[in-house]
Design a protein around this ligand. Structure first.
Ligand code: HEC
Length: 233
């Protein structure tokens, strides 16, 4: 609260004819006690209720309500977690039980998966890795550590489980993206990264006849990607 400003207000200025300044000063003087009351009264009566301290029990918190002193009831014998067991460690983390990088996708790599991967990649990865995977995203341009390009030969050789594992556990300065991306989405992003990598080294026989004809000719105008900066220019 700016009490320092109030003390310097010339109180006699109303009589001195400085009507505008005086009116402002008067308003400030009237507002000040009200603001003071709003701040102090709740503190005095102790009715402050932080949202993080809600009147409810946390899991496993102590309570006098039940005989065993716990707020949570024990699980019924034979209870099975549905969808949260995470027992397929290779699917969850990209590394199998022996810590080896998973080499194959656990689902079909089709257009639906790639579209999902592109969507998640553009949202969560492109701010740093940029939309083409060069590692020159907008956050990096503003000073964040530059990651290795996904087109670096080492990463072109990497198997999909490697990318899933980086997303699951983080890597150096990059934090984990497990809270944002469920395991299936991590695999979708890995598939899209591999599509980005392939896009720079497609064997000619995989190209359509039209594209091959274009390559064989002498194009006068080289088509450029719309933008390589993630659209943040
Ligand atoms: C806030 C910036 C940022 C975001 C967002 C980000 N990364 Fe990274 N990433 C980095 C940095 C920086 C490194 C290098 C870390 C280091 O070396 O300390 C890195 C490293 C990596 C590597 C390891 C490369 C290597 O050298 O082996 C992979 C793979 C990777 N990121 C994938 C992803 C994916 C996939 C996403 C989206 C789910 C993502 N990153 C989101 C900044 C980011």
């Amino acid at each position: 609260m700016r009490t320092d400003r109030i003390e310097t207000v010339p109180l006699g200025s109303r009589q001195a004819g400085r009507a505008g300044a005086a009116a402002t000063a008067g308003r400030r003087l009237r507002i000040a006690p009200v603001a003071l009351l709003i701040g102090v009264v709740p503190w005095l009566v102790g009715c402050r209720q932080d949202m993080h301290d809600q009147p409810r029990y946390e899991p496993l918190e102590a309570s006098s309500f039940f005989d065993n002193g716990a707020a949570s009831r024990p699980l019924i014998e034979g209870t099975v977690a549905r969808g949260h067991l995470g027992e397929d460690v290779g699917f969850e983390t990209g590394l199998d039980e022996n810590g080896a990088v998973v080499a194959d996708f656990p689902m079909a790599v089709d257009l639906v998966l790639l579209e999902r991967g592109r969507n998640r990649y553009d949202v969560f990865c492109s701010p740093c890795h940029d939309r083409l995977g060069n590692g020159r995203g907008m956050i990096v341009r503003r000073g964040y550590k530059q990651p290795t390009s996904f087109h670096d030969p080492r990463l072109v050789e990497a198997r999909p489980g490697y990318f899933v594992n980086v997303m699951t556990n983080g890597f150096g300065q990059m934090s984990s993206y497990a809270p944002q991306l469920k395991p299936a989405d991590r695999w979708a992003v890995a598939a899209y990264i591999q599509a980005l990598q392939l896009s720079r080294r497609v064997p000619a026989d995989l190209l359509s006849g039209e594209d091959r004809a274009w390559l064989a000719g002498e194009p006068t105008e080289v088509p450029q990607p719309e933008s390589d900066d993630g659209g943040h220019s």
